[in-house]
Design a protein around this ligand. Sequence first.
Ligand SMILES: *Cc1c(COP(=O)(O)O)cnc(C)c1O
Ligand code: SF4
Length: 339
Amino acid sequence: MTIMNAVLQPQRLIPAWQAALTGSFTRPAELLAFLQLPPDLPSLRLAQIRDFPLRVPRGFAERMEKGNPDDPLFRQIWPSSDEDVLNPDYVDDAVGDLHKLKPGGLIHKYHGRVLVIATGACAVNCRYCFRRHFPYGETRASRNHWRSLLDELQADETIEEVILSGGDPLSLADDKLAELAQGLDAIPHLKRLRVHSRQPIVLPERVDDELLDWLTGTRLQTVMVVHANHANELDQVVAAAMARLKQAGVTLLNQSVLLRGVNDSLDVLKALSERLFDCGVLPYYLHLLDRVQGAAHYEVDDAVGKALLRQLSGHLPGYLVPRLVRELPGKPSKTWIHW
Ligand SMILES: *Cc1c(COP(=O)(O)O)cnc(C)c1O
Ligand code: SF4
């Protein structure tokens, strides 16, 4: 660990990203004051968000426009009073994952690849998140579970790719992740290691030497799927983090969610794709919102989504147009929405 990457603490060195996490906004009033927003902006009461509290890294909040309650980054994380509106079409487990979950946090829905719920923790709490009601306490793959997880992967030769997901798998410490990566490396039929993480976007400090060590110290091909919904999320610090990943040989892809008031316009989607490409990242999926309770105010009509993609493909090269998808329970892959 270089001294630049670490902050001196009384007893030990902790990575800079963990120090940055500790400084995140968790109190609505503090965030409002920082953003110069009115203290009485409509929101849920604290008691209503105990299970899924406000959580925003300071560096992400700095990318929001001061005094603008409609800022597209702010809209993604603000526990608005709209969450309280119950909608009968919106459920707790919108994608049917709970039926597929095995002990140890393994979800095997699609051929050849498995998803590992490595942890329930995230650096940021996105209010539209489809896993916001997930019972992580019971399902998380703890360090002790990894032996049984590795045994299961070893036993199934049809699996070629392991996807670390969550929550955000990069919430785990690098020594734990390194141990897991080594275990995966030793399973001969595995070819690829994929990480689904929003941290390179919301907490770019996370991309440090220790992370790159285990990510590049494997014979497996590595893929990082980040999650950004708006070009404003990708500032210079994020661009530098992406450049480091790319230089290390990691394939970089992005998935977004189509969100009302955040990215439901041609200009915003176009700017996002172009900015991603500036950062060495290709757009992969644009997800239609999963109908999870409390997120109805983010929904964009399917017809609007299709029209946007039609327009986008008229303005950009094909490789900058993400696939419009929805996750439907019981299907063998994400469902492509043809526009
Ligand atoms: C989305 C998802 C994947 C990955 O799907 P790709 O189309 O390969 O990106 C794998 N497993 C589960 C359970 C998923 O939800
Ligand atoms: S980072 Fe991902 S898993 Fe975590 S709250 Fe946001 S969308 Fe959900």
